[in-house]
Design a protein around this ligand. Structure first.
Ligand code: MRU
Length: 369
């Protein structure tokens, strides 16, 4: 997708030196476009941990390249031990998004089949590129499937604007390209369907305000930024036709972990009869966990993210300010779980499926239990 009309992906190998991997450092958006070079395995760990990159798909793609970076510097006589340690370090960065361990394990399996160090390096490079390309491709297909939902609502409304609410950033910045929740939105916009997006600001990190509103704006999609607690009111007044969110981990039974606050939007949608869809590539499924509320690990982040906000001053200077008493107690749960019963459907690269074990496993028969 585009920034200043220039097409970008969120992560890519340098054209001249494939040992250098480039990312958009998302901490500076929407005010500054900063491209960062990741050169060592530690750079990848920090980039995920400190949220230079974030979002389930992009965390997975970054971990894929992180494993390649580890292979490059692993000593030949201690390769397995080194690479296992690198895998552990990457997996420990953030606990909720399942794409992270999925990508790391895919790399471990890929490298296992090769005998020499050079072959392992080459294999890990092609695997990292494949993970990234597949992520973009799957998101594009999510867009094609999700488009049908928006089209139908637009027809029912006789071409009047379709109002879509989204939470956090499950846009192209959370993936390699296109996004999950935003892919159907971009597809509808490209088809000339009249749409408008309500963007939850998404406290405390403000992914909605800083990223989703920005990327929709760059693509020319009409949108309105709203404080997090506005959605219920809008739904009660018929101002939301559809909710589409992303997910960081979805169980094979259809429970969805997504950015904190998603559950409350799902409850309001249920109460108001608004369809509530979750968009995800299959790399976000957790094929082991049955009960999302009990068993999905929920990241708890620093209280400073709750107490401080940062932005730019009128003179363009970045500043961080304290908004509460300095020594106040905080809780900062990064995600919550929306139970499957509140979800109208899951939009995947293979099509739209009910958030139910039987249907999910029918769509992904290779995971049959
Ligand atoms: O903490 P983040 O920014 O990595 O959280 C991820 C998210 O942006 C959302 O929860 C998103 O909806 C799912 S990730 C595609």
């Amino acid at each position: 997708m585009k920034i200043n009309n220039i097409p970008f992906r969120t992560i890519w190998p340098d054209e001249l030196d494939r040992k250098t991997i480039k990312i958009i450092d998302q901490r500076h958006l929407p005010h500054k476009l900063v491209i960062e070079k990741l050169l060592t395995p530690e750079d990848f760990v920090l980039a995920i941990q400190q949220m230079h990159v974030r979002g389930a798909g992009l965390i997975g793609a970054t971990a894929g390249f992180g494993m390649y970076s580890a292979a490059l510097v692993a000593p030949e006589n201690d390769f397995e031990k080194w690479i296992t340690k690198a895998a552990k370090n990457l997996i420990a960065t953030r606990p909720t998004a399942s794409n992270l361990s999925w990508a790391v394990n895919r790399q471990l399996t890929a490298m296992q089949d090769e005998s020499t160090k050079d072959n392992k390096i080459n294999k890990s490079y092609t695997t990292a590129c494949a993970i990234a390309d597949e992520d973009a491709d799957f998101c594009q297909r999510i867009g094609e499937h999700g488009l049908a939902i928006i089209k139908e609502i637009s027809q029912q409304k006789k071409g009047a604007p379709v109002n879509i609410l989204t939470h956090c950033n499950a846009g192209w910045l959370a993936f390699v390209d296109y996004g999950s929740a935003t892919a159907p939105i971009y597809a509808a916009h490209r088809e000339g369907i009249d749409i408008h997006v309500w963007v939850d600001e998404t406290r405390p990190w403000l992914q909605g305000a800083k990223l989703t509103a920005f990327e929709l704006q760059e693509e020319g999609v009409p949108n309105t930024l709203i404080p997090d607690n506005t959605g219920g009111h809008l739904m009660q007044h018929g101002m939301v036709d559809l909710v589409i969110v992303g997910t960081d981990r979805t169980t094979y039974t259809g429970d969805v972990a997504n950015k904190i606050g998603t559950y409350l939007k799902a409850l309001a949608a249920k109460d108001c009869g608004v369809p509530f869809y979750v968009a995800l590539p299959s790399s976000t499924f957790d094929w082991q966990i049955r009960n999302g509320i009990k068993d999905i690990p929920i990241e708890q982040r620093s209280g400073d993210e709750v107490k401080y906000v940062s932005g730019i001053t009128k003179t363009g200077k970045t500043e961080t300010v304290l908004i509460s008493s300095p020594d106040i107690k905080t809780a900062n749960y990064g995600f919550d779980v929306t139970p499957s019963r509140l979800i109208t459907g899951l939009i995947t690269e293979r099509g739209i499926v009910a958030a139910r074990k039987k249907d999910i496993l029918t769509m992904f028969p290779e995971q049959h239990k």
